[in-house]
Write a protein that binds this ligand. Structure first.
Ligand SMILES: [Fe+2]
Ligand SMILES: [Fe+2]
Length: 264
């Protein structure tokens, strides 16, 4: 079975790139299940129903989130619905809306997807990411799972590498998100877990993490609180990884797939 994970889709331009690239890629590479990092999917960050519908039409089956999951009130509403398959970080404390993990039912079998936020920079009030994942794995130990995929949404490369080793052999893949910059360290770890520190974004390349570069530079140079804006046209990099799942929910291969596409 082949699972594709698409890195942070940024704004409308990122969604248009997914619609342009994904249907053909799915067919060519015989991809069975598609997960997308959705926290920046709507322009201005956050998630809307319109964005979800567009991405489902393009072939996305499951949506993960991050520190921007709750940016739009509509997204908060969506988190509480049984459908679609959409999760937010599992290590928020208290009565945060939505769910931090979910089992997706596919014709091939069940896939558990878990989302956690890294602690460094994202806040000391979060529950411990590693202990949170331990507890979710324990809760699901009697489930018959085809694969378990962990989306680790964090800043620090050391945390991102360490969590791969922590979960090696216990989950199918640990994929990093949030920095919007792809790393070149995709590999299958010694005990059969596919890992990459960060998949990178699906957004405009002539931008700073998806936002118009002039705005970010002006803010930095002049300390003016210029409003963020996102390019509407230009070259977009579709950033993804493809994981081949073998027996016992272990990964047999991980491949980084980066595709540049023009949005006019
Ligand atoms: Fe993001
Ligand atoms: Fe993020």
């Amino acid at each position: 079975m082949k699972i594709l994970y698409i890195g942070d889709i940024v704004a409308k331009i990122g969604r248009r790139a997914v619609s342009q690239v994904l249907p053909k890629l799915k067919e060519e590479r015989q991809i069975d299940f598609v997960i997308a990092q959705a926290e920046n999917m709507s322009t201005g960050n956050g998630i809307t129903k319109k964005a979800i519908n567009e991405m489902q039409d393009a072939g996305v089956d499951f949506f993960t989130g991050g520190n921007h999951s709750f940016k739009k009130p509509e997204g908060v509403e969506l988190m509480n619905q049984p459908e679609p398959n959409i999760i937010r970080p599992a290590n928020y404390p208290g009565n945060t809306p939505g769910r931090g993990w979910q089992i997706a039912k596919t014709p091939f079998g069940n896939i558990l997807v878990i989302n956690v936020l890294g602690q460094t920079f994202n806040g000391p009030l979060l529950d411990h990411p590693l202990k949170t994942i331990d507890s979710i794995i324990e809760q699901n130990k009697n489930e018959k799972l085809l694969a378990t995929i962990v989306d680790f949404h964090g800043d620090l490369s050391s945390e991102k590498v360490a969590i791969g080793f922590y979960l090696d052999g216990r989950v199918t893949a640990v994929v990093g998100s949030h920095t919007h910059v792809s790393t070149a360290d995709a590999r299958v770890l010694p005990s059969g877990t596919a890992h990459i520190s960060d998949v990178g974004m699906t957004g405009p390349i002539d931008s700073v993490l998806g936002v118009k570069k002039e705005i970010i530079l002006d803010r930095w140079l002049n300390q003016l609180p210029n409003k963020f804006d996102w390019p509407k046209t230009g070259v977009v990099q579709f950033s993804s990884i493809l994981v081949d799942v073998g027996s016992n929910a272990k990964a047999t291969q991980i491949e980084q797939i980066l595709i540049k596409t023009e949005i006019s």
